[in-house]
Each structure stands twice: as C-alpha cells, then as structure tokens.
Design a protein around this ligand. Structure first.
Ligand SMILES: C[S@@+](CC[C@H](N)C(=O)[O-])C[C@H]1O[C@@H](n2cnc3c(N)ncnc32)[C@H](O)[C@@H]1O
Length: 229
C-alpha cells in the first residue's frame, strides 16, 4: 500500500463548473460565512474547539446543494457535521438553509476535501465520512480523477476513529464496482453489508439532487458502508 502522502492529489476530483451564483447565494456566502464557514488554509482544525464541544463528527465531502447535510444536522443535534464543497452556489444554498434552521452543529468549508483531510484534520477525529454521488468520471482517461481510490481510502481511514464508518453512494455502476473492490481489498476496513457487497439505501439520506437526477435517467443506486478496523 502506498503512503497517503505520496502522489495523492496531483489530480483533483473536481473541475470548476459553471452555474450562476444567485444574488441570495452570494449574500449568504458573504453574510453567513462568519457563522458557519471555516476559512481555507493549512492550519489544523480541532473539532472540539470549532464546535465548542466534544461530539461524534460527520464529514460530508461534496455536499452539492447541502440539503441532505442540513437534514442530518437538523435531525441529529447531538452530532456535529462538517461539510466540504467547492461549488459556490451549493455552498451559498447550504448556508441559507443552515441559517434558516438556526443550526449550531454545522460548519462548512470551501476547499479541496483531500487537502482538508491531509493537512487540516487530526488523526481519528471523524466518526463518519459521507460521499454521496461523487462525480463518476465516466471516461477511462478520467478514472484517475475519481475520489475513491486506494490512497484516498487510506487517508480517510487514518482520520476515522477506531469504530468510524465510510459511507458511499453512487448511481454509476462501474464506479460502485470500483469502490467496492477498493474498499473490500483495503486492510483498514470491513464491509458492513452481510453479503459482502452493497447495503440497502440508508434511510437517513434525504434524496440528493444527483440521486434524483440519476433516478430520472433510469440509473440504479448502489450504497456502500465500510467500518474502520
Ligand atoms: C456529482 S456532485 C454530487 C453532489 C451531492 N452530493 C448530490 O448528491 O447531489 C459532486 C460534488 O462533489 C464536489 N467535489 C468533488 N470533489 C471534491 C473535493 N475534492 N472537495 C470538495 N468537493 C468536491 C463537486 O463540486 C460536486 O458539487
């Protein structure tokens, strides 16, 4: 297994995509950032200092419009949530929802999640990592952009607590098969699925925007849950 500090992130899992940031989203990005935002940078984040308490911490990577993240944070006040997304309209949308719900257990970052994991989060600080409908990167020449690779799985494992979980959902079967293989072969995880394949769709996930899109296109949905060992 390669070290988590080697070649990881010469290639990013996202490209700047279009999509207009509405006036309301721009305003939220400006006005609500001090309450919910964690500035980009390299300094270590201490979750207990950030949230002002010690609670199980969920990290959602690539939260999109943030609706599923907000849903979890509203329904689980005893848990803290850190969301990472690089697409400004989505971050703005999420901030507006967080403000409307008066959430105290949610913080948001606009930075490459791989950088955050590598440089900013301490070992074993996460109880749960969520990756819902990551960019599938359909073309073979783009497979290297897929977030879930062996090295990334090692990086996540190092930041998960001894009983932490990595949960992953996709509507793209080849990516599901790739992720299942990577995680099944990884020494730091065991599959939560009784048959060693996929788990049933989690009831705590609000239907996400990209999940809805996949269903509209007639795609299936594949969910994985792997427990740190
Ligand atoms: C296909 S969208 C899915 C969004 C949402 N989870 C959903 O299901 O609707 C993937 C999102 O992940 C974000 N993303 C991809 N790589 C990322 C990274 N390394 N760090 C932060 N966000 C990332 C993209 O900006 C994009 O919004």
């Amino acid at each position: 297994m390669r070290s988590v500090n080697s070649t990881l992130r010469l290639v990013r899992s996202f490209v700047k995509r279009g999509g207009r940031t509405t006036a309301a989203q721009s305003k939220a990005l400006e006005d609500l950032w001090p309450a919910f935002g964690v500035d980009s940078g390299t300094q270590t984040i201490e979750p207990d200092v950030l949230f002002g308490r010690l609670a199980p911490l969920t990290l959602e990577i690539g939260f999109g419009d943030g609706e599923a993240l907000i849903h979890r944070a509203m329904n689980e006040p005893d848990r803290d949530f850190l969301g990472i997304e690089v697409h400004p309209p989505g971050v703005g949308h999420c901030l507006m929802l967080a403000e409307a719900q008066g959430l105290k257990n949610l913080k948001v970052m606009r930075q490459d999640a791989v950088e955050v994991l590598k440089q900013r989060l301490p070992d074993a600080c996460l109880d749960e990592v969520l990756i819902w409908f990551p960019d599938p990167w359909h073309k073979k020449r783009h497979f290297k952009r897929r977030l879930l690779q062996e090295e990334f799985a090692s990086l996540v494992a190092s930041r998960l607590s001894s009983t932490g979980r990595l949960r992953f959902g996709t509507d793209w079967q080849p990516y599901a098969e790739h992720a299942l293989q990577v995680l099944s072969e990884h020494a730091s995880y065991r599959n939560a699925s009784p048959d060693g394949t996929y788990v049933t769709r989690p009831s705590d996930r609000l239907l996400t925007k990209f999940e809805r899109r996949g269903l509209r296109l007639g795609h299936g949905v594949w969910d994985l849950e792997f427990i740190r060992i």
